[in-house]
Write a protein that binds this ligand. Structure first.
Ligand SMILES: Cc1cc2nc3c(=O)[nH]c(=O)nc-3n(C[C@H](O)[C@H](O)[C@H](O)COP(=O)(O)OP(=O)(O)OC[C@H]3O[C@@H](n4cnc5c(N)ncnc54)[C@H](O)[C@@H]3O)c2cc1C
Length: 319
C-alpha cells in the first residue's frame, strides 16, 4: 500500500475522467488456480491464563488444525513468566494432536543451566523444535545479560545445539530491532544466529510489503540463505498493536491507522477491514514469490483461517 502514490489535492481537483486517464495503472495480482501448490503455514499461540482462555485456545487449535500447518508455536512470557503454562500447552499438543509443536524459549534473566534444563525437559516431552529468543527485560528496565546466562539469542542457539539436535527458529526484524546499533549490526546478528545453527528466521510483524521485500534483498546480500518467513499479524485492535509496536520496532503505518479511524466501537467492521488488509498483504507477498507464512493468531482462528483460504490452503484430514 505504501508504494501507491497518494492522490494530491490538485490532482483531485482535475475533472474526473482526466484524473482517471492520467492516474497510475496497477496490474492485477496473479490469480492462483487449484494446481498451484499452497504455501507452507505456521501458527503462533500464547499460553492461556484462565480456564476460559484455555478453552478459547483449544477451540482455535481445533479450527486451524485441518489446515495442516508445518508447525505451531507457543510463546514464552516475558522473563520466563509463562514457563509452566508454555510447557503445559506444548506438552498437551504433543499428547493430544498430530501437530508439530515449537516451544518459544527466552534466555533473559536466567542462567545457562536453567535454560538448558527447560530445553532438556522439552526434548524429553517429545518437542523437537524451539523458537530461540533473547527476550525482553521487565518494563522500564534496560537489558542486562545475566552474568551466568546466554547473553544473546545467538548464544542460546549454540547452547541448544549442545543440548539436543532441535530444529531452531529465530526472530528477524525487517524494520530493525529497537536496541540494534545499526541495521547492518542487526543483520550481522541475524546471520550469527543462523550460522550458530538456526534453521529459519520468523519476522516481527510489518504491514508494508516493500519493507519485507527490501529486507529479503539485504539478507541475500549479507549471504543469508535460510528461509526468512514473514510474520503476519491480522489486526483488529489498533491500540494493542501500537503498544506492541513501541516494544518491538514494527511500525504502524499512517494508512493503517486511517483505515481503522472511527471504528473503535464497531468490532464487526474492524474485523472485515482487518481481513482485507491482511489478505492484500499476503496476496502481494505471494505474488512476489513468498510461499511460507507465520501467523500471529492471538488465539483467534477466524482471520487466520480466512487468509489461509485466500492463499490457497484447504483443510485436509486431521490425523
Ligand atoms: C517471531 C518472534 C517471536 C517472539 N516470541 C517471543 C516470546 O515468546 N517471548 C518473549 O519474551 N519475546 C518474544 N519475542 C520478542 C523478543 O524476545 C524481543 O524482540 C527481544 O528484544 C529480542 O529477542 P531476539 O531473540 O531477537 O534477540 P537477539 O537476536 O539477541 O537481539 C537482541 C538485540 O541485541 C542486538 N545484539 C545481538 N547480539 C549482540 C552483540 N553481541 N552485541 C551487541 N548487540 C547485540 C541485536 O542487534 C538486537 O538489537 C519474539 C519476537 C519475534 C520476532
Amino acid at each position: 500500500m505504501s508504494d501507491v502514490p497518494e492522490v494530491s489535492r490538485s490532482e483531485a481537483a482535475q475533472p474526473t475522467l482526466e484524473r482517471w486517464l492520467t492516474g497510475p495503472r496497477f496490474s492485477a495480482l496473479p490469480s492462483r488456480t487449484a494446481t498451484h501448490p499452497p504455501p507452507l503455514l505456521s501458527f503462533e499461540f500464547f499460553p492461556p491464563k484462565t480456564e476460559a482462555l484455555e478453552q478459547q485456545l483449544w477451540a482455535c487449535i481445533h479450527r486451524l488444525s485441518p489446515l495442516r500447518p508445518r508447525f505451531v508455536s507457543v510463546t514464552y512470557g516475558a522473563g520466563g513468566s509463562t514457563r509452566q503454562r508454555t510447557h503445559a500447552t506444548v506438552a498437551r499438543l504433543v499428547r493430544e494432536t498430530a501437530l508439530v509443536p515449537a516451544a518459544h524459549l527466552t534466555c533473559v534473566g536466567a542462567t545457562c543451566e536453567e535454560v538448558d534444563e527447560v530445553a532438556r525437559s522439552y526434548w524429553e516431552a517429545g518437542v523437537r523444535h524451539i523458537v530461540a529468543l533473547r527476550g525482553d527485560p521487565p518494563p522500564g528496565e534496560s537489558f542486562q545479560p545475566h552474568p551466568h546466562g546466554y547473553h544473546f539469542a545467538a548464544d542460546l542457539v549454540a547452547g541448544l545445539r549442545r543440548v539436543a539436535p532441535f530444529e531452531v527458529s529465530v526472530a528477524a526484524y525487517p524494520e530493525v530491532h529497537p536496541q540494534a546499533q545499526s541495521r547492518m549490526a542487526d543483520l550481522d546478528n541475524l546471520k550469527r544466529k543462523l550460522d550458530a545453527g538456526a534453521n529459519r528466521a520468523i519476522t516481527n510483524f510489518f504491514f508494508d510489503t516493500s519493507v519485507f521485500l527490501r529486507f529479503l534483498d539485504l539478507c541475500l546480500a549479507a549471504g543469508i540463505a535460510a528461509p526468512i518467513v514473514p510474520g503476519i499479524m491480522p489486526v483488529t485492535n489498533l491500540a494493542g498493536l501500537r503498544r506492541m509496536s513501541a516494544l518491538s520496532g514494527g511500525s504502524v503505518p499512517d494508512w493503517l491507522g486511517h483505515l481503522f479511524d472511527g471504528l473503535d466501537d464497531d468490532p464487526d467492521t474492524r474485523r472485515l477491514v482487518a481481513a482485507v488488509v491482511a489478505a492484500e498483504q499476503v496476496r502481494l507477498l505471494q505474488a512476489n514469490g513468498v510461499d511460507e507464512f507465520h501467523f500471529y493468531t492471538l488465539n483467534r482462528p477466524e482471520l487466520t483461517y480466512a487468509i489461509a483460504h485466500i492463499l490457497g490452503v484447504r483443510p485436509g484430514k486431521v490425523e
